[in-house]
Design a protein around this ligand. Sequence first.
Ligand SMILES: NC(=O)c1ccc[n+]([C@@H]2O[C@H](COP(=O)([O-])OP(=O)(O)OC[C@H]3O[C@@H](n4cnc5c(N)ncnc54)[C@H](O)[C@@H]3O)[C@@H](O)[C@H]2O)c1
Length: 418
Amino acid sequence: MTDVFKGRLAILGMGYIGLPTAVAIATRGIDVIGVDVNPAAVAAVRRGEVPFVEPDLAVGVSGAVAMGRLTATTETPEADAFIIAVPTPFNEDRTADLSYVKAAAEQIAPMLRSGNIVVLESTSPPGTTQKVCDWIGALRPDLKMPRDGETGADIYVAHCPERVLPGRIMIEIITNDRVVGGLTPRCAEKAASIYRLFAQGEILLTDAASAEMAKLVENAYRDVNLAFANEISLISESLHIDVWEVIRLANRHPRVNILNPGPGVGGHCIPVDPWFIVSAAPQLSRLIRTAREVNDHRPHHVAAQVVEKAKRFRSPTVACLGLTFKANVDDVRESPAIEVVGLIAKALPEVDIFVSDPYVSVMPRQLSEYGNLRLEGAHQAVERADIVVLLVEHEPFKAMRHTRLGGKVIYDTRGAWH
Ligand SMILES: NC(=O)c1ccc[n+]([C@@H]2O[C@H](COP(=O)([O-])OP(=O)(O)OC[C@H]3O[C@@H](n4cnc5c(N)ncnc54)[C@H](O)[C@@H]3O)[C@@H](O)[C@H]2O)c1
C-alpha cells in the first residue's frame, strides 16, 4: 500500500528542520501550520521571512506563505498530522534533555482526533517515540494508543529522523533517503504517507527504536571518523609531519577515505548525538565516548598552539577568521571556533584579538566577557595581525589573496590555504 497523505498538517518547531519541512510539504499543496513557542519565529514566518540563513529557503517560505499554504501560530491547532521538530539538547550529565519533546507532545495531546498521525523528527535516544506515545496516552485515556501486535489504534506514532546538511537542506530534504520507524508497522506506513508527498529518496520502513538508533549511529560514525583525523593531525604535528600531505597520500589507497581534521567538531548534532548512545549503554560505548573526548579536546589544543606562536612576539596581534561551526552557514551552535577564540582571549588577556566572520555581525554571547576581542572585517583583521588563525573555511576566506597573508604567522586549522 502506498498512500499519500491528504489533510492539514501542523509542524511544531519552526527552526532549521521544521521550517524547511513545512515548505517541502506546503509546496506539494498541503495546508501546513507552523507552530513555535517563540513569537519572533512565528512573526517571521507570517511575513514570509526566514529567521536564519539557509540557501533557497527564503524563496520557499515567501512562496508558500504567499500561496496561503503555510501559516504560523504560537498555539497548537487541530490537524490531521503533527510533526515534532523541537530541540533535543543534552543535560549537564550528557543525557538527552527531552523537555521540549515532552512539551510538544503535551501541546498536541488535547488536539488529537481518531486517525491522526504524530511523527517525531527530533533526534532522540532509543525509546523516545514510545515515551511520546505514553505522554499523549496519559493525557488522552479516551484514545487507543498503538501497541505492537495489536490492531485498531486511534492514532499513529512514528519516528522519522532528519539527516540534512545545513547549507544544503532544501536539496537534501527532497533527495535523501528517509527512515520511518513506527511503533507498529501500520504507524510506519501512515507516517511514510507524509514523506511520499515530497521525498525523492527511498523511504525505508522500520520500527521506532531502530530508526532512533540509526540516526544516532550515523552521527557517531561521523564523530569517530573525525576523531581519527584529529588524532592523526595531533600525532603528525608532534612529529613535524605535514598532516594534509599524509592524508592526501593515504587517501590514494582505494579503500581509505580519511576526513579533514579541524579545530573541533561543532553543530548541534555530531557533538551531541553520540552522547545519547553513551548514556543508553555506558559500559559498552568505549570507542564512541573516546571519540567525543578526542574531538572535545581539539579547541584546547588549537588555542594552546596559538598561545605558543604568540610567544614569538613582544606585543602580538591575532586575527581569528571564522566563528560558525562550519563553512558558509550562520549557525554558531556548539561551534569549536567560538571555543578556540574564547580560550585564546582568556590565555592572552593583554593581546588584541580581531575576530571576523561574514555570517556573524554580533559578538557571540559566550565571548562578550572578553575585553580584548573585536569584531572586524576580514581584510582589516588580517592586515593588523601578526598571527592569522583560520578556523572556518568560508569561501571569502578561502579566496583571500596569499599576498595579504605574506609575512604573517599562519595557523590554518582547516587546510584551506594548504
Ligand atoms: N539543524 C540540523 O541540521 C539538524 C539535522 C538533523 C536533525 N536535527 C534535529 O532536529 C531537531 C530540531 O533541530 P533544529 O535545528 O530545527 O532546532 P532549532 O533550534 O533551529 O528549532 C527548534 C524550534 O523549536 C521551537 N520550539 C521549542 N519548543 C517548542 C514547543 N514546545 N512547541 C513548538 N515549538 C517549539 C524553538 O523555539 C525553535 O524555533 C533537533 O532534535 C535536532 O537534533 C537537526
